[in-house]
Write a protein that binds this ligand. Structure first.
Ligand code: NAP
Length: 312
C-alpha cells in the first residue's frame, strides 16, 4: 500500500481509503451483508494496509466502523466522519451534539477529520462564519484533529463551493468528486489545493457509471448527445475497451481507481464496496503500476470537455 501526506495535516494516510457510504455502505444499504460481514470487510482492508476510513452520521455505518477499529490499534487508524447538513442551517449546538453522537457510535474519543457534509454553495457563508468557529473550538478541546468539508457534487457540478473554501483556507481537508469521466476538478480544485497544501479526498472514482456496464453506456450516450464527447472516440458496444485490450487494466473499475490514484493533488482515493471479492480486486488496483501514459493521455483527451455528469 502506498502512503501519502494528507496536505497540511501531516497525517500519513494510505492512498486507498475505505468509503463507508456511497451506493454500498459496506453492504448495508440494500441489506446485502450482515453487520458482522461488514465489520469483517473493514478488518480485511485494515489488515491489508488501508489506514483511512470515511464514514458519516448519514450513512448508518459508524457503529460498524467502531466495531472494526476496536479490534485494531485506534492510534494507527485515521477516522473521518461528517455532520449532515440539511436544507435548514444547523446550529452550533446541533454540530456539537452531532459530533458527540458520532464519537459515541464510533466508540472513539476523538475524530481525525470532521467534515461538514455535502455543503452547497449557497450555504457557504453561514457555515464559514457561524459553524467553523465552533469546529475550531472542538478542535482546541481535542475532539477533532482536523476540519473538513465535502461538496454536494450532483448539485454543484462546477465545484463552486470548494473553490470558495480554497480561497478562504478555513478547511484542512476537502472531499471532491473526480473520476475519469469528469475530470473538471483538476483545474477547478486540485491545482489550488496543491498550492495551499490542503488534504484532498477523492469521491466518485468508480461510483455507478464505472461499475455497471449499462449505466456506463447510458452515460456516454448522454455525453455524446450533449456534445461533450466526440462519437468517434467512443465504441458504445464496448466502451473504453482499449483500457482492457492489451491487459493494461483488469477491469473498468480497476482502470478508474488507478486513473485517480495517479492524479496530482489527490491524496486518498475512497473506495466503497460491500463485496469482499471487490475489496480484494480493489486492493490489487491500488498495488498495481500506473496505467500506461498513453492511456491516461487518451482519457484526458476524450473526456477533457465533460462537466455535466458525476457518474452517480
Ligand atoms: N458528499 C459526500 O460527502 C460524499 C458523497 C459520496 C461519497 N462519499 C464518500 O466517498 C466514498 C466513496 O463513494 P463512491 O460511491 O464514490 O465509491 P466508489 O468506490 O467510487 O464506487 C462504489 C461503487 O462501485 C462498486 N464497486 C466497487 N468496487 C468494485 C469492483 N471491483 N467491481 C465492481 N464494482 C465495484 C460498488 O459496488 P459493490 O458494493 O457491489 O462493490 C459501489 O456500487 C463513500 O463511501 C463515502 O465515504 C462522500
Amino acid at each position: 500500500m502506498e502512503y501519502r501526506k494528507l496536505g497540511r495535516t501531516g497525517l500519513r494516510v494510505s492512498a486507498m481509503g475505505i468509503g463507508a457510504g456511497g451506493p454500498s455502505r459496506l453492504g448495508q444499504r440494500d441489506g446485502l451483508r450482515s453487520e458482522a460481514e461488514s465489520v469483517a470487510l473493514v478488518l480485511q482492508a485494515l489488515d491489508a494496509g488501508v489506514n483511512f476510513i470515511d464514514t458519516a452520521e448519514a450513512y448508518g455505518t459508524e457503529e460498524i466502523v467502531g466495531k472494526a477499529v476496536a479490534q485494531r490499534d485506534r492510534g494507527q487508524i485515521i477516522i473521518s466522519s461528517k455532520k449532515r447538513l440539511r436544507n435548514e442551517n444547523i446550529s452550533r449546538e446541533q454540530l456539537r451534539s452531532g459530533l458527540h453522537d458520532s464519537l459515541r457510535r464510533l466508540g472513539a474519543n476523538y475524530l481525525d477529520v470532521y467534515h461538514l457534509h455535502g455543503m452547497r454553495p449557497e450555504q457557504y457563508d453561514y457555515y464559514a462564519n457561524e459553524i467553523v468557529p465552533e469546529m475550531q473550538s472542538l478542535q482546541r478541546q481535542g475532539l477533532i484533529r482536523f476540519i473538513g468539508v465535502t461538496e454536494h457534487w450532483n448539485d454543484d457540478l462546477r465545484h463552486t463551493m470548494l473553490q470558495r473554501a480554497l480561497v478562504d483556507g478555513l478547511f484542512d481537508v476537502i472531499m471532491v468528486g473526480f473520476n475519469l469521466l469528469n475530470q473538471g476538478a483538476r483545474d477547478a480544485v486540485l491545482r489550488a489545493a496543491i498550492k495551499q497544501d490542503i488534504g484532498v479526498l477523492i469521491m466518485f472514482a468508480v461510483r455507478r457509471a464505472l461499475s455497471r456496464p449499462d449505466k456506463l453506456k447510458a452515460t456516454l450516450r448522454d455525453l455524446i448527445d450533449s456534445g461533450e464527447l466526440d462519437a468517434d472516440d467512443i465504441n458504445l458496444e464496448q466502451p473504453l475497451s482499449f483500457l482492457l485490450d492489451d491487459g493494461a487494466a483488469a477491469s473498468i473499475p480497476d482502470a478508474a481507481y488507478r486513473f485517480c490514484l495517479a492524479e496530482a493533488g489527490a491524496h486518498v482515493i475512497l473506495s466503497g464496496t460491500g463485496n469482499p471479492a471487490h475489496l480484494q480486486a480493489n486492493l490489487r488496483s491500488f498495488a498495481a503500476p500506473a496505467l500506461p501514459a498513453a492511456h491516461v493521455a487518451r482519457l484526458k483527451r476524450i473526456f477533457g470537455r465533460v462537466w455535466s455528469v458525476t457518474g452517480q
